[in-house]
Ligand binder design. Structure first.
Ligand SMILES: [Zn+2]
Length: 563
């Protein structure tokens, strides 16, 4: 009996030892791949279904390569309400919601100064000039237009990014950069410790601010000295392929598309001369802006020697052309199809370049978008789905009328979609209950045609079971958000004037649905249809490198990528 027990014990020890060795071998076999570069590609305004709609126009090396080699998530949705550029980018970068990272919209009303603030505006960090005599271009980006100064920095981003964590993990030895056609898309992704460069709509140069540099590195001076944007003076944006090759070939000349001063509504769109105030903007509203963004990024990879050693570097490239074309011509325009098809070639060029310089077996490629895009109300109405545009002054009038019923004149302090800010001092001076007044105004607005729901901030916690309200809650920052959040009905817009014709920014699916693709060493090809979210992206990149997620991250690492 004793002997049997002894033998059993011995057998148990042998099994344990075998298991242990087995485990060790497994760990060795699954050791982390040597990632030398994390390349995060964000395509501004690429609604997820555009990849399917334009599939036939794609070559082999761009979207198709990533989808066929990587893990492609087809059901990824933002969970916040205000689906705008800075909100989406910062969510991708930090893995958390605007309620935490504080970027609740491209602009918000600053209650202290009584002025509208542009998201990454920072008067203490002016842009470093690239030319002696720089003439100012005409600004067509409605959010940029609201900025008061030329300073830019990530100072107001309230959460750490993946790139911030990477810097900490590797003792500051990782090189970290963000490049984009737009300032906010470069700055947010570079985080607080990386460096950002973006396209200037004044000059067509790539610029940075004193937050990052005292003076430009030589390679940046040399790149800008080539004046590559100006090489397109007198040229036009023309279709890449024969018109018959396009699904939307009949969607070029539509009366509700923008006719941007000389750029026209139909192909070819002339860029005009280099001294034209809109020249650099027109370049950005075309596939050329993305091509220049890539060209600058290639110079950066080469001169900063990204991905050349065992310490992983990080490069974010955010392409702005799809969003820009969407805003002027709509997401169901021939321009949209061509800009996506041409971006596919730009991606192919990028992937080939990375293959040659860093090696695809040393690069983790992550692709997503910051938001989707709504089809224009006029287009939807033409098809038989009634929609319209709301006049912001009418929204203010409706709210002020409710205020008057309680004896307060001009109760609205400010309105910029989607937030309505009330004059809290007037409400307390009249000895009225803020919650009660907010709700009365929200109710009146909700009865307005074209408004689906107006959500009073003070009532958020009691209404959370409504999924729309939960999206608003994730968008609510205690000091920056307004008192009432206005949600338009599907395909309605909260504006009726301005050069921009189409918009995103709603909590509806066409604005929240984006692609997420991971490709890189050890990642097998797979299409995943389960529901995932952009807050999962940063924790996944971190986990792939064996790092803890960014401090405030609320998403989870996507297990398919880690297998
Ligand atoms: Zn946009």
């Amino acid at each position: 009996m004793r002997c049997n027990i002894h033998m059993l014990w011995k057998f148990f020890l042998v099994v344990l030892a075998l298991l242990a060795t087995g485990n060790l071998t497994d760990i060795e076999a699954q050791s982390r791949p040597e990632v030398r570069l994390v390349l995060q590609v964000t395509i501004d305004g690429l609604r997820a279904d555009l990849i399917n709609r334009y599939e036939n126009g794609f070559g082999k090396g761009g979207f198709r390569f990533l989808i066929e080699k990587g893990i492609y998530y087809t059901n990824a949705y933002y969970q916040h309400a205000n689906t705008e550029t800075i909100v989406g980018h910062t969510t991708l970068a930090t893995g958390t919601f605007p309620s935490q990272h504080g970027m609740i919209g491209n602009v918000w009303f600053d209650r202290e100064t009584g002025e509208l603030a542009y998201n990454i505006e920072d008067p203490d960090s002016p842009i470093i000039p690239t030319r002696e005599n720089e003439s100012k271009g005409e600004q067509v980006d409605p959010a940029q237009k609201k900025s008061r100064t030329q300073g830019r920095s990530p100072a107001v981003i309230l959460a750490p990014t993946f790139s911030d964590g990477l810097a900490a993990y590797y003792g500051g030895r990782s090189k970290i950069f963000g490049v984009s056609g737009k300032d906010r898309s470069a700055v947010s992704m570079a985080g607080h410790v990386g460096k950002a460069f973006w396209y200037s709509t004044n000059t067509g140069d790539f610029v940075s601010s004193t937050y990052y540099y005292d003076a430009y590195p030589d390679w940046v001076i040399q790149w800008n000295a080539q004046r590559k944007a100006e090489g397109y003076a007198g040229k036009s944006w023309s279709l890449l392929n024969d018109p018959s090759a396009y699904l939307l070939f009949a969607q070029d000349n539509r009366p509700y598309e923008a006719d941007l001063k000389g750029y026209g509504r139909v192909f070819p769109h002339p860029f005009g001369q280099a001294d034209d105030k809109l020249f650099a903007s027109r370049i950005l509203i075309s596939p050329i802006g993305d091509q220049l963004t890539l060209d600058f990024s290639k110079a950066l990879i080469k001169h900063e020697q990204l991905g050349q050693d065992e310490i992983p570097d990080y490069l974010s490239i955010s392409f702005s052309g799809v969003d820009a074309a969407n805003h002027f011509f709509g997401p169901s325009s021939l321009e949209n199809e061509d800009v996506v098809v041409q971006l596919d070639r730009t991606l192919s060029d990028l992937i080939e370049f990375i293959g040659k310089t860093v090696g695809l077996d040393h690069t983790l490629i992550v692709l997503s978008a910051d938001h989707g895009m709504a089809d224009m109300p006029e287009y939807m109405t033409e098809l038989g789905y009634p929609a319209g545009r709301l006049n912001p002054d009418e929204i203010v009038k409706t709210a002020n009328k409710v205020g008057q019923q309680y004896g307060i004149d001009e109760i609205v302090r400010f309105f910029y979609r989607p937030y309505l800010y009330l004059d809290n001092e007037k409400i307390s001076a009249a000895k009225l209950d803020q919650t009660f007044v907010e709700q009365a105004i929200a109710d009146a607005l909700t009865y307005t045609d074209g408004i689906a729901l107006a959500v009073a901030s003070s009532r958020l916690s009691s209404q959370q079971s409504n999924p729309l309200v939960a999206q608003v809650q994730r968008n609510t920052h205690i000091t920056r958000s307004g008192d009432i959040y206005i949600i338009q009905e599907p395909y309605w817009f909260l504006f009726d004037k301005g050069p921009v014709k189409a918009m995103h920014g709603s909590p509806w699916r066409y604005d929240t649905h984006v692609p997420i693709i991971f490709a890189g060493p050890t990642i097998g090809a797979q299409t995943v249809h389960r529901l995932v979210h952009p807050v999962d992206v940063a924790p996944t990149i971190a986990a792939f490198l064996g790092m803890t997620p960014p401090g405030s991250a609320q998403g989870s690492a996507l297990e398919e990528v880690l297998r």
